[in-house]
Design a protein around this ligand. Sequence first.
Ligand SMILES: CC(C)(COP(=O)(O)OP(=O)(O)OC[C@H]1O[C@@H](n2cnc3c(N)ncnc32)[C@H](O)[C@@H]1OP(=O)(O)O)[C@@H](O)C(=O)NCCC(=O)NCCS
Length: 128
Amino acid sequence: MILRPAVDEDSYYFLHLRNDRDSVLMSHRPALSLKEHVEWWATTTDERWVAEHEGERVGTLRVSSAGELSLVVAPEQRGKGHGVEMLRMAGYVKGRHARLIAEALPENTRSQRAFLKAGWTPLLFQWP
Ligand SMILES: CC(C)(COP(=O)(O)OP(=O)(O)OC[C@H]1O[C@@H](n2cnc3c(N)ncnc32)[C@H](O)[C@@H]1OP(=O)(O)O)[C@@H](O)C(=O)NCCC(=O)NCCS
């Protein structure tokens, strides 16, 4: 797998994965309209990366200016280890950030397993 910086041709790929059913469910954020996405793409300061496996795009990864990472693996590519591999490459995208953090909701067990398997440390508890 490689992680490469996203280019403008990847914009709709990001929107496609951002609006995937599981991505919406697991982020508790509504799907974005094309207009909202185009505005975001033009103005965001997030670093954007595309994961490629054997020459094919398999997922997207973003790191905000606060060092918050989020990733989506394309629906048809899930369960093949790509998520874990992307998260193992975190050192590569860490850049100038003091640390990288990410949020996986309690019900997102698949994501939690991926982070743990990739060597990330669980950090936060919430009550209730
Ligand atoms: C979460 C996500 C990034 C994981 O990537 P992935 O490539 O599907 O996961 P991997 O194949 O690397 O496997 C990671 C773990 O999930 C498990 N897993 C795979 N498919 C699963 C499924 N359908 N249900 C539950 N767990 C599953 C794997 O077994 C593995 O754990 P294990 O090795 O301990 O058994 C991906 O599923 C995704 O993009 N989901 C929607 C968006 C999202 O939730 N993003 C993360 C927000 S924090």
